[in-house]
Design a protein around this ligand. Structure first.
Ligand SMILES: CSC[C@H]1O[C@H](OP(=O)(O)O)[C@H](O)[C@@H]1O
Length: 362
């Protein structure tokens, strides 16, 4: 069993085909941007951070063997292919943010007379490769901030100086299979476990792609964490019966006001959590936060093929001819979010824009 979603050395990229998990662990070669776009669009690799990393590394492996006649021609190639990669899936912002940052780098290097075209290509390759280590470091920081925030919140609610082990609920897959490693919301779960403070983690099935049943359960079993799979329809009954201390989920795009687009079903979990007075946290790196949009109303929600709902593999489970609505994400309003856990700290939605702006300026 492997939890490494991405295998990369300079000139070579492979991704773990997540459509085959948990039954088969198979790596696919990604030889360039066309392959990168396809494996992202087909969700053979998925997860907001992993999408950006695989997209950018697919460009890196494509340009690695190429010689460019000028910096201008290299920059033009980079811009066209980065924009193409952004189109693979519209909701997660990470690929767009990565593309914008790499284009700023390409423009700066184009203008720098002390940098020749070979050096410019090397600098670009270095920048894409740095995303792998940075993502894992960010996730460990998210895990630490998130575990501390949840334990402090639980202790305060109990009027106790410290919290004992807690039960948490998570949705979809936000672990090593959605990132370069460790995970975001699942990174918080891992950190709680490392602190000896994880009594139990519940993961939802997450229909129709079943990221929870197929991927999160795979990760949790692999690491022998105390975990139980629940159906998406069980969340209200779970929060009523099982003393869940907190909900922690991932994000695909967080708007400036804290509204958060995440896997379909997240919104109704947040509503149920509010009804049961269970704190609801979003765990997301700064690379998932889009300060360019004021609210969740501006987030494009990807709609995916009906077949993802009507079939499980080759087996039809829905009546032929029935209409389907298959949005891959929904938007949870900031009013239902207790805190947004990032690698730079935990922020209330109302604090987010000012706090992140200051961090980005510093
Ligand atoms: C850290 S992954 C963030 C996010 O991405 C997943 O969506 P998908 O599986 O469609 O790529 C899910 O919404 C996770 O919460």
């Amino acid at each position: 069993m492997s939890l490494q979603s991405i295998k990369y050395t300079r000139g070579s990229l492979e991704i773990l085909d997540q459509l085959l998990l948990p039954v088969q662990s198979k790596y696919l070669p990604v030889r360039g941007v066309e392959d990168g776009w396809k494996v992202i669009n087909k969700m053979q690799v998925r997860g907001a951070p992993a999408i950006a990393i695989v997209g950018c590394l697919s460009l890196a492996v494509e340009i690695h063997p190429e010689e460019f006649e000028s910096k201008k021609s290299l920059r033009q190639e980079l811009e066209g292919k980065l924009n193409y990669l952004v189109s693979a899936r519209p909701t997660a912002v990470n690929m767009k943010i990565a593309a914008d940052e790499l284009l700023v780098l390409a423009n700066d290097l184009t203008k720098d007379d002390d940098v020749d075209v070979a050096a410019m290509k090397q600098r670009f390759l270095n920048a894409t490769e740095a995303m792998l280590k940075k993502d894992i470091a960010d996730n460990r920081a998210i895990g630490a901030h998130g575990a501390k925030a949840i334990l402090q919140r639980v202790a305060a609610a109990a009027g106790a100086p410290m919290s004992g082990p807690v039960r948490v609920l998570t949705h979809c897959n936000t672990g090593s299979l959605a990132t370069a490693g460790y995970g975001t919301a699942l990174g918080v779960v891992r950190q709680l476990s490392e602190l000896g403070k994880l009594e139990h983690v519940y993961c939802t099935e997450t229909r129709p792609y079943n990221q929870g049943a197929r991927l999160t359960a795979y990760e949790l079993v692999h690491e022998k964490l105390p975990a139980t799979l629940v159906l998406d329809s069980m969340v209200a009954a779970l929060l009523r019966a099982k003393n869940v201390a907190a909900v922690v989920v991932g994000a695909d795009r967080v708007a400036a006001n804290g509204d958060t687009a995440n896997k379909i079903g997240t919104y109704q979990i947040a509503v149920v959590a509010r009804h049961h007075d269970v704190p609801f946290y979003v765990a997301a790196p700064l690379t998932s936060i889009d300060l360019h949009i004021p609210s969740g109303d501006h987030i494009i929600i990807e709609e995916r093929p009906d077949r993802e709902m009507t079939h499980v593999g080759e087996h039809r489970i829905a009546a032929p001819g029935i209409n389907c609505w298959n949005p891959a994400f929904d938007v949870t309003p900031a009013s239902l979010i207790t805190g947004i856990i990032t690698e730079r700290g935990v922020f209330k939605p109302a604090q987010l824009k000012e706090a992140i702006t200051k961090l980005l300026e510093s």
